[in-house]
Structure formats: structure tokens, C-alpha cells
Design a protein around this ligand. Structure first.
Ligand SMILES: [Zn+2]
Length: 233
């Protein structure tokens, strides 16, 4: 096999390692981002619950103030009822009393409902808060593990990059630029084996003369379809 091709195959393996470890880092970073997102969602949910609880407490307060007003009014009406002189005035007062009492009833019912809701939401808040604390604890541990893994993967990338840099200078200048460009392309593949006359990179059949040349010890040749360097075992 052509010496240049041998070096290319070795470089391709090193490059594959670099890409694999870059992928691993991306995956770890993705997990870190997702973890942060999940925590943020939980925190937002708790904040919303907190806001709602605050609103409920304010509603209870304002309804209780209203109720107190109605109580006072009720009391005054009852006092006035003792002093009424005419039937008409009594009717008017009675109707007003009915209204006030009806309003009081409604307020009382609403306040009871608010207290029920408050209890429910406060319980929900407390559960969500402990869940968040547990998630935060797990996330902190996972984050350390992921950071360590990223460091390890980066270490492997650096190692491989060093090997790569040392080896790439052995690729003759007339092939080096194309080879490097191919490695930097989307697929990250610069060299592929020919199976019979079929290129393993693009699965197309190359002309017989090219397949023959790829098996010889001459200069490296490239696939007539995908442009990648090809060789025969
Ligand atoms: Zn090809």
C-alpha cells in the first residue's frame, strides 16, 4: 500500500477519535443545559405557586375587611330597626338587612373556599420545594460528574490532536490541503477503502482503471464520485 495512504488511514483514525470525543463533549454539555432548564422550570413553577399563595392571602385579607364592614353595617341596621317608626321604613330596612346578610354569607363562603385553596396550595408549594431541593442536589452531583467527563474527553482530544499534528506533516504538501479539507467537511471522512470497485464513502462504483490504480503503490488516488482518497487492501 502507498505510504501516503497508510499515513492517511492512521490520521483518519486519530481524527475519528477527535470527532467521537467532541460528540461526547456535546452530549455532556447538552445534558448540563437540559438539567439547568429543568431546574429553571421547577423554580418558575414554585415562584408561580408562591405568587398565587400571596394572591390568595391578599384576597382573604380584603374579604375579611369587607366582612367586617358588613358586620358593622348589619349591627347598625339592627340598631336602627329597633327605632323605626313606620311600616315603610321597616320594610326598607328589612330588605337592606337581607341584602347585607346575603352579602355576608357570600363573603364567608368565599373566605372558607380561599382557606381551603390556601391549604392545598401551601402543601403543593412545600412538596415542590422539597422536590426542587432534591433535584438541585442530584443536579450538583451530576454536574460535577459531567464536568469531569468533559475534562477527560478534552484530554483525549488534546492527545489525539497532538498525534495528528505530528503526523500530518508527513502528508506530502500536494495532498495535505485536500486531505485536511475533507477531514473538516461535514462527514469528517477523507479516506475510504474500495470494496471491489465500490467506494466505501459514497457507495458508488469507480471506473476499473481507478480501482486498479488504488491498489497500486503509486500516488494516492481519489474517488471519481465523492472526491475522497481511496485505497484497496
Ligand atoms: Zn466515493
Amino acid at each position: 500500500m502507498n505510504e501516503q495512504i497508510k499515513i492517511m488511514i492512521e490520521l483518519q483514525q486519530i481524527w475519528d477519535n477527535i470527532l467521537k470525543n467532541r460528540d461526547n463533549i456535546s452530549r455532556c454539555q447538552g445534558k448540563l443545559i437540559k438539567m439547568e432548564d429543568d431546574l429553571k422550570k421547577k423554580r418558575d413553577e414554585i415562584n408561580k405557586l408562591g405568587e398565587y399563595i400571596k394572591k390568595l392571602k391578599n384576597s382573604i385579607k380584603s374579604h375579611e375587611t369587607d366582612l367586617l364592614d358588613k358586620d358593622t353595617k348589619n349591627k347598625k341596621l339592627l340598631e336602627r330597626k329597633e327605632l323605626v317608626k313606620s311600616e315603610r321604613e321597616l320594610d326598607a330596612l328589612s330588605s337592606e338587612l337581607v341584602n347585607v346578610q346575603h352579602y355576608r354569607d357570600e363573603l364567608e363562603t368565599a373566605i372558607l373556599q380561599f382557606f381551603d385553596d390556601l391549604e392545598k396550595y401551601e402543601e403543593k408549594f412545600s412538596i415542590s420545594e422539597s422536590e426542587l431541593h432534591a433535584s438541585e442536589k442530584t443536579a450538583a452531583e451530576d454536574s460535577i460528574n459531567l464536568q469531569n467527563m468533559i475534562e477527560q474527553y478534552q484530554g483525549r482530544i488534546d492527545e489525539n490532536q497532538k498525534k495528528f499534528d505530528e503526523l500530518i506533516v508527513n502528508i506530502q504538501p500536494q495532498f495535505r490541503s485536500k486531505f485536511t479539507k475533507l477531514l473538516l467537511s461535514k462527514t469528517g471522512i477523507a479516506v475510504g477503502v474500495l470494496t471491489g470497485e465500490v467506494c466505501s464513502s459514497c457507495n458508488f462504483q469507480v471506473p476499473p482503471y481507478l480501482a486498479k490504480e488504488a491498489g497500486m503503490n503509486n500516488d494516492p488516488v481519489t474517488c471519481s464520485n465523492c472526491g475522497k482518497f481511496i485505497y484497496k487492501i
